[in-house]
Design a protein around this ligand. Structure first.
Ligand SMILES: NC(=O)c1ccc[n+]([C@@H]2O[C@H](COP(=O)([O-])OP(=O)(O)OC[C@H]3O[C@@H](n4cnc5c(N)ncnc54)[C@H](O)[C@@H]3O)[C@@H](O)[C@H]2O)c1
Length: 269
């Protein structure tokens, strides 16, 4: 599995949200696998330990190195405990990847304060707490990478209401960018990936009702709006993540890499 020119050889990479909501390749699972393929030692953390372990099994079966951890990112102590456990078990964290994203349909009038806060906790506060836990070590070692999965929903209305999700994905970009600037002089880089419409198990579970209830209609409708004619897959995001995590991106910080088949450069027609 491990390639000759390993881009992440022996790097300890923590992928939070490295399971998958359903069977198959979620984005975090593909990122964890791609990091391991590049020689990383991967900590796969998820609220669903079984899903995290499934990712680890895929990696170890392919000859890579990984361990699973349980975490609930809505609980600060759980994130702090995770970082401490990973560092005890695998060594100092070189790359933190924040991949958790939860959502609930609803416009501004429909979204309750409780849902707003729950989504904010999972999608934004978690990045702050995880970064806070890894930054002192990265600063002392004068190196580290922090990456976040954001979404085109941060920048554009997607045609269905998901106001809390959209707001958190925008905040995630700005939080990651602010960390990048404030820690740039310590050799730490931070960037977001702005993912377009990606065909993952999650969308089959969560989104079909937004498109009239049929998975096929949902997929066709999402494919249709992308200039390239189809949704991306989890590997499209994972390859971008490998690049940004690696020294190939050593002069790239405080920015966003859009991976969306051209979607965000268009207007609806
Ligand atoms: N699929 C898309 O079209 C798309 C588009 C743009 C952005 N994204 C973003 O990409 C990321 C991954 O998306 P995906 O489609 O692979 O979804 P996914 O739901 O399969 O992946 C998210 C993972 O986070 C985990 N998780 C949820 N709540 C958690 C918690 N409290 N603590 C710890 N882990 C928790 C889930 O168990 C899951 O394994 C998300 O941030 C999502 O918002 C997805």
């Amino acid at each position: 599995m491990i390639q000759e020119s390993c881009l992440l050889k022996s790097k300890v990479c923590l992928v939070i949200g490295g399971g998958s909501l359903g069977p198959g390749w979620g984005i975090g699972r593909a990122i964890a696998f791609a990091f391991a393929r590049e020689g990383a030692i991967v900590a796969v953390a998820d609220v669903n330990l079984e899903a995290a372990q499934e990712t680890v099994d895929l990696i170890t079966k392919a000859g890579g190195k990984a361990a699973s951890f349980v975490v609930d990112v809505t609980d600060d102590a759980s994130i702090q405990g995770l970082v401490s456990d990973v560092e005890k078990q695998l060594g100092p964290i070189d790359v933190l990847y924040n991949n958790v994203g939860i959502s609930k349909r609803g416009d501004a009038a429909e979204t309750s304060g409780a849902d707003w806060r729950r989504i904010q906790d999972a999608n934004v506060t978690s990045i702050h707490i995880a970064a806070q836990a890894v930054l002192p070590g990265m600063k002392a070692r004068k190196s580290g990478v922090i990456l976040t999965t954001s979404s085109v929903a941060a920048q554009r209305h997607l045609g269905y209401s998901s106001v809390a999700y959209a707001a958190t994905k925008a905040a995630a970009i700005h939080l990651t960018q602010t960390i990048a600037i404030e820690y740039a002089s310590y050799g730490i880089r931070a960037n977001s990936i702005v993912a377009g419409l990606i065909d993952t198990p999650r969308i089959k579970i969560l989104l079909k009702d937004s498109y009239g209830g049929s998975i096929e209609d949902m997929q066709a409708s999402r494919n249709r709006v992308v200039p390239m004619g189809h949704m991306g897959d989890a590997w499209d995001i994972a390859e971008a993540a490998v690049f940004l995590a690696s020294d190939k991106a050593k002069y790239i910080t405080g920015t966003q890499l859009v991976v969306d088949g051209g979607l965000s450069a268009t207007v609806p027609h």
